[in-house]
Design a protein around this ligand. Structure first.
Ligand SMILES: [Zn+2]
Length: 293
């Protein structure tokens, strides 16, 4: 005979259990799993990156570095080793896409990665966390840009060697990338320029005030930067020669990128002419290229 009382009790317990599961236990379990995932993610990523760095650096990649990156030979041995590790991680995490018929190969990937990773030496880094893809054109590329003058919007064509977006992309001209790397002391390097923008963009829109190193303060940074930025603006108006490309006078973000190019490519001149700004960049980049011989 069916025991109705027992059945009723069973149904009540079952409903209550289902209610508790749905209302408390399940959300709590999901929250705990999510917390564990978020807390563990940086450690897991660090572990993966260390594994990648521990792999032997490919012979072919070393050849590319020697051919395409004159800085590499000048750098101290410990920095060379560090750079190779960064290149391995960078190439494992970032995608390269060829544009206008450009076919991506290791020569392109290693040459770009090596120069981009120069900016990450000696510091805790998350490898340009916003960046996902590097688009490579064979040479300078044309872009339509809108500009407002006198309240009227215009659309104009501009030719660019590189571009850095704050939502996951860097665009580069391969011809300019090769020239920038081949001539290590002309103060021009499109990869350094665009990846300096990436560092600047870690805090939002590029504005010449990236996240500074420990011990640096924004007051000293902006004082040193503003003095040189204003001087460059004046030099650009007067046509007076400057260590910095006049393009740096267009806005603080461009000045930071242009100054970064000169810091790595003409450190002796930079240090001799503008020691206060050089000191700020030396602290920011955690390297002193003056001593790279
Ligand atoms: Zn720029």
């Amino acid at each position: 005979m069916l025991d109705l009382a027992a059945l009723r009790t069973y149904l009540i317990i079952k409903t209550l259990f289902g209610y508790l599961m749905l209302s408390y236990v399940l959300p709590l379990a999901i929250a705990l799993i999510l917390i564990a995932y978020l807390a563990g993610k940086p450690y897991w990523r660090e572990h993966q990156r260390n594994k990648i760095k521990a792999e032997p650096f490919k012979k072919e990649w070393r050849k590319i570095l020697q051919q395409r990156m004159p800085y590499f030979r000048q750098m101290p041995a410990d920095l060379q080793l560090q750079l190779k590790g960064h290149i391995q991680v960078f190439l494992a995490e970032k995608d390269f896409v060829g544009c206008n018929g450009m076919v991506i190969n290791d020569e392109i990937r290693v040459t770009v990665a090596a120069q981009a990773c120069l900016l990450l030496l000696n510091r805790p880094t998350n490898y340009y966390p916003k960046l996902r893809t590097i688009l490579v054109y064979p040479s300078a590329f044309i872009k339509r840009q809108s500009k407002v003058t006198g309240g009227i919007a215009h659309s104009q064509q501009v030719t660019l060697a590189g571009e850095s977006w704050d939502f996951g992309k860097v665009v580069l001209s391969w011809q300019d990338t090769v020239e920038g790397a081949d001539i290590p002391d002309d103060g021009r390097n499109v990869v350094i320029h665009e990846f300096a923008h990436q560092l600047d963009q870690e805090t939002g829109r590029a504005n010449g005030a990236p996240i500074l190193a420990k011990g640096q303060n924004y007051q000293a940074w902006s004082k040193a930067f503003l003095a040189q930025f204003q001087q460059l603006q004046q030099q650009a108006i007067n046509g007076t020669p400057s260590l910095f490309d006049y393009y740096g006078a267009t806005e603080p973000a461009e000045f930071f990128a242009v100054a970064s190019e000169v810091f790595f490519e003409k450190p002796q001149d930079f240090w001799a002419k503008h020691p206060k700004l050089y000191k700020q960049l030396k602290q920011f980049y955690h390297v002193d290229p003056v001593h790279w011989a």
